[in-house]
Design a protein around this ligand. Sequence first.
Ligand SMILES: Cc1cc2nc3c(=O)[nH]c(=O)nc-3n(C[C@H](O)[C@H](O)[C@H](O)COP(=O)(O)OP(=O)(O)OC[C@H]3O[C@@H](n4cnc5c(N)ncnc54)[C@H](O)[C@@H]3O)c2cc1C
Length: 319
Amino acid sequence: MGVVEASDLLRGALLGLSKSDLVRRTVETAPVSKQVVARYVPGSTIPDAVRAAVDLRATNRLTTIDHLGEDTTDRAQADRTRDTYISLIRALSERDLTRYGAAEVSLKLSALGQALPTDGRSIALENARAICSAAADAGTTVTLDMEDHTTTDATLEALRELRADFPWVGAVLQSYLHRTEADCRDLAHEGSRVRLCKGAYREPAAVAYQDAEDVDLSYVRCLKVLMAGQGHPMVASHDPRLLDIAQSLAAHHHRTPDSYEFQMLYGVRPLEQVRIADRGHQMRVYVPFGDEWYGYLMRRMAERPANTFFFVRSLVSKG
Ligand SMILES: Cc1cc2nc3c(=O)[nH]c(=O)nc-3n(C[C@H](O)[C@H](O)[C@H](O)COP(=O)(O)OP(=O)(O)OC[C@H]3O[C@@H](n4cnc5c(N)ncnc54)[C@H](O)[C@@H]3O)c2cc1C
């Protein structure tokens, strides 16, 4: 078995294991987790998130801020998440960070109530609408994160509804899904903002490419559609090959630097983030904050076998 297949297997196994309550309890309480979390999450409070945005701005990096949390199972929690986002947007605005969208926010509809048994979709939509309204007042934008494939249609439907009132709302598309090239074609129109990533969930072969090379090839096909289109592509990747291809396509289509952007995760390839910003590109960093870091951390571990070996060894040896 090659290194690539082994790391694909490890990734799948880790994403599967992350659903176990025992693994969750072990990871959440292990002292080593705190050190690893600190690399990817700047803190748990709104002031922590604002401070990260201020620091990133000092090196010309833009931000999109995510309040950690997903799979919300009660209405009160969904409403608290909405209120946290509204307070966050006001705090960013007070520091003059929202003008021209320098700091925007990213939302998971599941955190806003999408999976609630009664009226989940409309509750999440109303909560998202309230956040979009606060963003409009502050002069910034909102992007909808994409979760597992069972939610893709509902998220794209919510996008359509939100864009009727807030035409600047963006969404994430994941190149590992077979459907995504077609979704890119639908969303390559003027005013559209699409954040293209590879995809971070464990998905079945019926809907998603399983091989890393196929995911990359799909990413390139999707990039071609978005860069040729009229919208604002957001190239969300740390993969050097894909970043080079994105730059070549942008040049080929005579795109100006303000008509697309690069995006990376907080704590991942920070020096490359600064280099890209220094070369005059728009570079936006996805900054998660809050206490509900478990799902986010496990997806980051699954992306990087080296991180995972180190992390699992530390968990086992320190308990
Ligand atoms: C701004 C942004 C928003 C995102 N939103 C979503 C979303 O809504 N839904 C979703 O499913 N996924 C989302 N993702 C995650 C994405 O799907 C990938 O899982 C993640 O970006 C890793 O893919 P990659 O393109 O960087 O390529 P990879 O092939 O995974 O990585 C390329 C290189 O980047 C570095 N790298 C990548 N990940 C890590 C890491 N965790 N730690 C250290 N180094 C690393 C390594 O050097 C690696 O060799 C988002 C990613 C970004 C950047």
